[in-house]
Design a protein around this ligand. Sequence first.
Ligand code: NAD
Length: 237
Amino acid sequence: MRLVEEGERIPLTLYDWDPKGGTISMVFQEVGKTTRLLAKMAAGDRILNLVGPLGLPSHVDRFGRVVCIGGGVGIAAIFPIARAMKLAGNEVISIIGARTADLLILEGEMRSVSDRLIVTTDDGSKGRKGFVTDALRDLLEGGLRADRVVAVGPAVMMKFVSETTRPYGIKTIVSLNSIMLDATGMCGVCRVSVGGRTKFTCVDGPEFDGHEVDFDLLLDRLNQYVEEERRIAAADC
Ligand code: NAD
């Protein structure tokens, strides 16, 4: 998405779509200049460019029992995946987590597509106190057998979800949020290392096997422009 001619391009994940009505829905968090500008737009305003869907579709199949995990804004992206997994005939157990109850989104929607929903908050203001990984560990240590885990959220969450499932050998899919520019495989900014090979999140992903992702490299690369983002946000205030 590019809002204005001189603006940056930002990647956002679809939360829902209505082919008949011709609409798409996205949930975003105000984190930098562009998302702040987007939040200021009113109904009827125009976005300069919107291109998509880009990348590869989520792999949905009848796996059996699937655990869908969403952290923070990532809950918006796990929702259509959980819904599709349910429609494909899977038993869907969902875990959604936020820092605090106020930041928890789409609880009702997630409940409607899940056989079981577990809510966590970091501060204990709603549901189980702790991270989504704590709830996942409870389930696995309690003997739950899962055929697949799909996780969307902050990179550090996806790293620890993958570490939690690794000893159990449960296939774990993560949706990477690396920095992107053109999103068509030309610029290479979104490159990640998966199984020791360089992949482009925009065209080869965004979903990859979490047990093969080099999360430390991803986390380093995600932090590259934090200072610039802070400076621009401060200048705008
Ligand atoms: P956040 O920092 O508020 O964290 C949300 C939840 O993630 C926490 O409540 C916790 O349960 C879990 N978590 C956080 N740190 C953890 C840790 N160290 N170990 C285990 N679990 C941990 O999240 P936010 O600010 O809402 O950010 C959401 C992130 O999701 C952003 O980084 C965004 O880029 C990403 N995202 C990705 C996609 C995608 O398609 N890949 C889509 C939407 C959002």
